[in-house]
Design a protein around this ligand. Structure first.
Ligand SMILES: C[S@@+](CC[C@H](N)C(=O)[O-])C[C@H]1O[C@@H](n2cnc3c(N)ncnc32)[C@H](O)[C@@H]1O
Length: 194
C-alpha cells in the first residue's frame, strides 16, 4: 500500500481540482520504483498531491514540477512545505512548454499530466530532456472514453481529443521510443527512450 495524503485528496475532491486517480497513482509509483528513476519531472502539479506521493513512496533523488496556475502553485508550495519536502521537490510557476524548451536538466522519468491537447507538441522536447532508457508516463490518454469512442466527443473537447490521438499514434511509431498503452485508470502511455 502506498502512503497518500488523504486530506489533500479530499481537498482536491471538494474544490474540484483534478488529481491523480488511485489506481493510476499506485501504478505510477510502481513504475518509478521498477525503473529506479532518480530525477523526475512532473508536468501539471495542481496542489502537489502527485509530487508529494512520488517523493514519499519512491527512492527518487529529486522532483521538479511545473504548474501554470498561480493559485494552485501557491497551495502546492504550502503543501510541499507542510510535508517537509521542499528540498526534494522544486516547484515552478510557469507554462510547461516554456520550461521544457528552456531547461538544461535531464530526467529519468517524466510524469506527463498537464494539458492533454499539448502532449503531442511537448513530445519532441520531452524526448530531448529524457536520459537514455528514461520513461514518459502520460496520463488520461483515453480522456474518459472520448479517445476510445466509448462516449461521444463533446464539442469543446474536439481539438484536445485530436491532439491525444496524434500523441498516441506518435508514441507508438516514433523510432526513438518503445511504448505500451495500458488500460489503467483513464489510459496510460508508458514510453521508454531507446
Ligand atoms: C490533472 S492536473 C495535475 C494533477 C497532479 N499531477 C496530481 O497528481 O495531483 C493538471 C494540471 O496541469 C495544469 N496545467 C494546465 N496547463 C498547463 C500548462 N500549460 N503548463 C503547466 N501546467 C498546466 C493545470 O492547471 C492543472 O493543475
Amino acid at each position: 500500500m502506498i502512503k497518500i495524503d488523504e486530506q489533500l485528496k479530499q481537498y482536491g475532491k471538494n474544490h474540484k481540482v483534478p488529481i491523480t486517480l488511485d489506481d493510476t497513482l499506485d501504478f505510477l509509483i510502481k513504475t518509478i520504483n521498477k525503473f529506479n528513476s532518480k530525477e523526475i519531472l512532473e508536468i501539471g502539479t495542481a496542489i502537489g498531491y502527485g509530487s508529494i506521493a512520488m517523493a514519499t513512496n519512491t527512492n527518487c533523488n529529486h522532483i521538479d514540477t511545473v504548474e501554470i496556475d498561480s493559485s494552485r502553485y501557491e497551495i502546492a508550495m504550502q503543501n510541499i512545505k507542510a510535508h517537509k519536502l521542499d528540498k526534494k521537490i522544486d516547484l515552478f510557476n510557469v507554462d510547461a512548454m516554456q520550461y521544457i524548451k528552456n531547461t538544461d536538466k535531464k530526467y529519468d522519468f517524466i510524469y506527463l499530466d498537464g494539458p492533454k491537447g499539448q502532449y503531442i507538441n511537448y513530445l519532441p522536447y520531452l524526448i530531448n530532456i529524457l536520459n537514455p532508457k528514461g520513461i514518459i508516463f502520460a496520463d488520461n490518454l483515453y480522456f474518459h472514453g472520448m479517445v476510445t469512442g466509448k462516449i461521444p466527443v463533446s464539442r469543446g473537447c474536439r481539438a484536445m481529443i485530436k491532439g491525444l490521438h496524434k500523441y498516441i499514434d506518435e508514441i507508438k511509431s516514433n523510432p526513438k521510443l518503445a511504448t505500451q498503452i495500458l488500460d489503467i485508470g483513464d489510459g496510460i502511455g508508458i514510453s521508454q527512450k531507446k
